[in-house]
Design a protein around this ligand. Structure first.
Ligand SMILES: NC(=O)c1ccc[n+]([C@@H]2O[C@H](COP(=O)([O-])OP(=O)(O)OC[C@H]3O[C@@H](n4cnc5c(N)ncnc54)[C@H](OP(=O)(O)O)[C@@H]3O)[C@@H](O)[C@H]2O)c1
Length: 270
């Protein structure tokens, strides 16, 4: 029997990138999945690809930052499959630019997607996850572990997910629900992926890739299977996390030095 047979998962942002990779892995493991995103065409194409390999898949368009849209996504799992065992809060958007240059629209869009969207879906899904004694998962980033210049609101939204995750874990442990968080490293991205510039233009991501989308998908499914609390991806991520716990000042100095010298992931962080 497949590990996830009879399990139902909702993956926000499942139309491409890491979300699609997670959905793909869950389908392979026997789960029925609901994927959601705003763009209908890409979402339908991705659902069709998953169905082609035998997946039971429902696609729901909508914006997770809007309560009613988030409700439709959760309801789709219940209406189509009768239950919801796993929620992966994956959909997110990144930004680049010093805080002083950010437009109000960029600030609110990043928070509305990364934080409000995860709050909405988690809150709406709660009773179903409790009933299933299921899994609630947050997709965060190395930027959710310590601050990075040029990514302030993104960092803030991802760090806020840690607060949400830790609080919900304490509320849900007695109810048998697993709550986990994955701090992703820089992941390969689809050609369509865009992030927000300071003024709100959609621009290409400006950083290297340290691992594949499928590796991230595999890791998330492993976290769910083993009901792990958290995973920090990539050696740089783990080192940064450990160093930051030992000495935030040291990490600050290294980050500022790397930015000044324009090395590694700071090559184009401006
Ligand atoms: N890629 C990386 O290097 C990396 C590193 C660390 C963390 N992460 C995190 O991993 C997650 C996935 O990243 P990714 O690289 O796969 O991103 P991506 O390729 O840009 O995909 C984002 C997905 O979310 C959907 N989405 C965006 N805004 C949405 C909204 N308001 N409502 C509903 N769906 C929305 C997108 O579809 P539509 O645009 O059609 O809505 C798409 O399906 C994000 O939370 C990101 O912060 C990524």
């Amino acid at each position: 029997m497949n590990k996830f047979e009879n399990k139902v998962a909702l993956i926000s942002g499942g139309s491409r990138g890491v979300g699609y990779a997670i959905a793909n892995r869950l389908v392979d493991a026997g789960a029925k999945v609901v994927i959601s995103a705003r763009g209908a065409k890409r979402l339908e194409d991705s659902a069709a690809r998953l169905r082609q390999k035998g997946g039971k898949v429902v696609a729901v368009t909508g914006d997770i930052g809007k309560w009613e849209d988030a409700k439709r996504m959760v309801n789709a799992a219940i209406d189509e499959f009768g239950r919801l065992d796993i929620l992966v809060n994956n959909a997110g958007v990144s930004m680049r630019g010093d805080f002083a240059d950010l437009s109000g629209e960029v600030c609110s869009r990043v928070i509305a997607t990364n934080l409000t969207g995860s709050v909405n879906l988690s809150r709406i899904a709660m009773e179903h996850l409790i009933e299933a004694r299921g899994s609630l998962v947050f997709i965060s980033s190395i930027a959710g572990l310590f601050g990075l210049p040029g990514a302030s609101v993104y960092c803030a939204s991802k760090m806020a997910l840690t607060g949400l995750c830790e609080s919900l874990r304490l509320e849900l442990i007695p109810k048998g629900v697993h709550v986990g968080v994955v701090y992703l490293g820089f992941t390969e991205h689809d050609p369509e992926k865009r992030i927000l510039s300071a003024s709100g233009e959609l621009i290409l991501p400006d950083r290297p890739a340290h691992h594949s989308q499928d590796k991230a998908g595999k890791l998330v499914v492993d976290l769910i299977t083993k009901r792990k609390r958290q995973v920090v991806m990539t050696p740089i991520g783990s080192l940064g996390w450990f160093a930051h716990r030992l000495s935030p000042l040291l990490v600050e100095k290294v980050v500022l030095w790397a930015k000044e010298s324009q090395i590694g992931l700071f090559k184009s962080f401006r």
